[in-house]
Design a protein. Structure first.
Ligand SMILES: Nc1ncnc2c1ncn2[C@@H]1O[C@H](COP(=O)(O)OP(=O)(O)OP(=O)(O)O)[C@@H](O)[C@H]1O
Ligand SMILES: [Mg+2]
Lengths: 222, 253
């Protein structure tokens, strides 16, 4: 058997292509949903924490620490296999979406919080002195600067979390790894795994280029 | 019957400020009349910045009262405080322009969000104010592209665009290279001629001599002495002021 036949067998490719295309879409839309809601939730939590109310801050800190400490896979297994014994049944894709969103939100909250506290106090004061409310300063002055300084980190976290959609294979989400894995088992060929690798490249290479563009676009002089 | 006292534009009454155990301001009383320029001098740590920052409550007074045009700054809701702050413009030593916004947007932000001015009106007002400080041609520049002196003039325009009743300047030229100081002082002189009420904390004694109606000398959290520039600089009464002035002129020489 030659290399091409093991890793790129044309018949196998043809057979599994339709499933693989569906899996690519599943991976893409779960990733997009996770990134959008994770960034939004993380920013929102950092904003809440900025109010400096202790009863708001400590649950947020606890949440962020827990979500960053626990492996996402453990959380998914608990939610997917543990919760049903309590009578709570969540669908596979929702568990994947929820856990990845919460994990991303935890990292994003910490990223924003670090910047919120390190911006010069004068930025807050200049806003307040011109009659802007706390919320208005947060939204119009502080967050836009926090986003810009953290674009590289936010992009990296988003790409990393998107690749974690592969964990969905463990709880039966029909994303790329899951489909490739069962195709490999069924056909006995390594070709579906090659297809999976190529699928990830097709998705994440443009994402990488886009992130480079965004990073450059939002630089500003001080 | 005597004529009724005209309402001071800014009135500080029995102002006290403590940071924990350290008393930084004690029983400060100061009335600033409409159109008056009050110049504040005093050694480092004497409480000049703290007094200014109490006027718009960037610093929370421990006790006392602040009134702007007869309306209280203290004991009001945060909402009313935001509204009152529109009447008190502040210029900081460090400028604190918003680095992510163009010069024009720096000047329109609070107009739009706090004053709720329509965009076109805010833009027009911003350009008018930028013209006043000589920077209309920089409207679309980013703050990072400007010199310190230009940034400070934009900061002044940002405050002026809200039509404040009084302007507070906390060492507006102290962070500037010497050759840029003049451009900012010129803007302040123009403002004064335009009838703006101002409190200026600064070390520019020459500016005080030319432009101030009154000079206030603070030391150790109290107003030790005040008077016209010629009284304060030409005929200081207290030992502390004499010592301060000789120290300052020694540094300048
Ligand atoms: N947030 C704070 N916490 C504790 N102490 C403070 C705080 N802000 C100011 N102080 C103290 O209050 C005193 C007065 O400070 P302030 O900044 O008002 O002086 P200043 O006259 O403006 O001095 P400078 O000429 O150096 O600007 C100083 O002793 C300072 O250490
Ligand atoms: Mg000071």
């Amino acid at each position: 058997m030659d290399f091409g036949n093991v890793f790129l067998n044309p018949d196998i490719i043809a057979t599994y292509m339709p499933q693989m295309i569906r899996a690519v879409w599943v991976t893409i839309w779960i990733s997009v949903l996770v990134v959008i809601s994770g960034l939004a939730l993380g920013a929102f939590l950092a904003g809440l924490r900025a109010y400096q109310k202790r009863w708001l801050a400590w649950p947020i800190v606890l949440f962020a620490d827990l979500m960053r400490a626990l492996p996402p896979l453990v959380l998914m297994l608990i939610l997917f296999f543990g919760l049903p014994s309590l009578g709570v049944i969540l669908s596979d894709w929702f568990v994947l979406y929820l856990v990845l969103t919460l994990v991303l939100a935890a990292f994003v909250e910490e990223i924003f919080w670090a910047t919120l506290t390190s911006l010069p106090r004068g930025q807050w004061e200049a806003g307040a002195a011109t009659g802007l409310s706390f919320n208005q300063v947060l939204v119009n002055v502080i967050f836009p600067q926090a986003v810009r300084t953290n674009i590289p980190q936010l992009v990296n976290r988003s790409l990393t979390i998107s690749k974690m959609t592969a964990y969905g294979s463990v709880i039966g989400v029909k994303e790329i790894v899951s489909v490739a894995g069962s195709a490999q088992a069924f056909s006995g060929s390594a070709t579906p795994l090659t297809m999976a690798a190529i699928a990830y490249l097709i998705i994440f290479f443009p994402a990488m280029l886009l992130s480079r563009y965004v990073e450059n676009r939002f630089q500003y002089d001080h | 019957m005597s004529a009724p006292q005209p309402l001071p534009t800014l009135e500080i009454t029995a102002l006290e400020k403590r940071f924990g155990d350290t008393q930084v301001l004690r029983s400060i009383d100061l009335k600033v009349a409409n159109g008056e320029l009050v110049f504040v001098i005093g050694p480092s740590g004497s409480g000049k910045s703290t007094m200014l920052r109490c006027c718009n409550r960037l610093e929370e007074p421990t006790s006392g009262a602040i009134h702007v045009n007869g309306k209280p700054m203290l004991g009001i809701t945060r909402r009313d405080l935001d509204r009152m702050r529109l009447q008190v413009g502040m210029v900081f030593q460090g400028f604190f322009l918003y680095p992510h916004l163009s010069v024009l947007k720096n000047v329109t932000l609070a107009q739009r969000k706090a004053l709720k001015r329509p965009a076109a009106e805010a833009d027009a007002r911003a350009l008018e104010m930028l013209d006043k400080v000589g920077l209309k041609h920089k409207a679309s520049a980013m703050p990072g592209e400007l010199s310190g002196g230009q940034q400070q003039r934009v900061a002044i325009a940002r405050a002026l665009a809200l039509d404040p009743k009084v302007m507070l300047f906390d060492e507006p030229t102290s962070a500037l290279d010497p050759e840029l100081v003049g451009s900012v002082l010129k803007v302040m002189r123009d403002l004064r001629e335009g009838g703006m009420t101002m409190i200026v904390v600064s070390h520019e004694m020459q500016f005080a001599r030319e432009a101030a109606d009154r000079v206030v000398f603070m030391d150790g959290g109290v107003i030790v002495e005040q008077g016209t520039p010629s009284e304060i600089f030409g005929n200081p009464r207290s030992e502390r002021l004499r010592a301060f002035l000789s120290r300052v002129s020694g540094e300048a020489a």
